[in-house]
Design a protein around this ligand. Sequence first.
Ligand SMILES: [Mn+2]
Length: 326
Amino acid sequence: MNTSMIESKFLSHPDNLGVVAVGFSGGQGKQGVDAAPSALIESGLLKQLREELNYKLHGDDTVHSYADLTPATDEPYRNMKNPKRVSAVTQKLCEQVYTQAREGRMVLTLGGDHSIAIGTVAGTAKAVRERLGREIAVIWVDAHADINTPESSDSGNIHGMPVSFLTGLAKEDNPEYFGWLKEDHMLNLKKLVYIGLRDVDPGEKKILRENGIKAFSMFDIDRHGIGRVMEMALAHIGSDTPIHLSFDVDALDPMWAPSTGTPVRGGLTLREGDYICECVHETGSLVAVDLVEVNPSLSAETGTGAHETVRAGCSLVRCALGESLL
Ligand SMILES: [Mn+2]
């Protein structure tokens, strides 16, 4: 048994953890985010999960680079950069997550940039539909909404688009360009909740408004406090829905997590981040966790930034998987 006192509602083997380590940076332009899984593992995360939280680990002890999935040519398509490569990697990742999740295990994915959530959420959604006949909910903790369509994106970086593909807002039939996403991979827009937003593009604001998507920005956290925001977020999802938590470390203030590709000031404290994870764990509904956008190479300003960011990432994961203060 793991050390959590919370009974899992949806996992048949809640003390079994499927680990997927994704050294992938193709969804954005900066090198280094592909080194995050190794840095997290080297800092002792998997050892802590095994020895302190008593999980039985399955899956990866080595990090996938997916170099074999790099196509010979990969021209921009509908404004997306590296479209074939990101599509192929996320499709493979979807299978990996699905393989772990269909066994009734908790799944932990260590990214990688946030484009990888196309694969992780799709894999969880499919496995949960098959196992339980249910839809999943996704709690997306992030400074950014990552819901641009290829056409609304300025940068063309796919790490800003995963939610639009997962919810069907961005449609594509060609399997080389995310057309492999089928109905059973999809996320219902009503089951999506954002926490921590503070840098949302004009086109994304329009998408959020027009689709009535539930979103708690830093404004809401300042107004209500993180405790009330979590109550409201979880009430929106309901107690009968399996939850996939996709945590972008840039949701934290750069004070706590400076080593990330697109830092935005005015973010969550480390305790607020940990609290979100503790609350989600406490529901007993959690079935999968992603930790993304840790970039150990981006630490020039503070010197200790990379170490602090990795440490923060480890703390978030442990809280989501049942570590408690007392
Ligand atoms: Mn993100």
